[in-house]
Design a protein. Structure first.
Length: 66
């Protein structure tokens, strides 16, 4: 599991955009969101670098969350 902090995720539309971008990536098996904490937990084997690059491409810079 990879937990990411996505500070610019503020609404349902943001969540849908992020899910649409990350969901089809090879190795992503599930995504869980915590809108209040502005985090996402990504299950699977997708590399962190791929997840971060994909989010940056769609305008949601992210970083690993603790």
């Amino acid at each position: 599991m990879t937990k990411l902090s996505i500070p610019d995720m503020s609404c349902g539309h943001c969540r849908a955009s992020i899910e649409a971008a990350l969901g089809p990536l090879p190795g992503v098996t599930a995504i869980r969101f915590d809108p209040a904490a502005r985090t996402a937990e990504i299950e699977g084997s997708a590399p962190l670098e791929t997840l971060l690059a994909t989010l940056a491409e769609i305008g949601f810079p992210a970083q690993p969350a603790s």
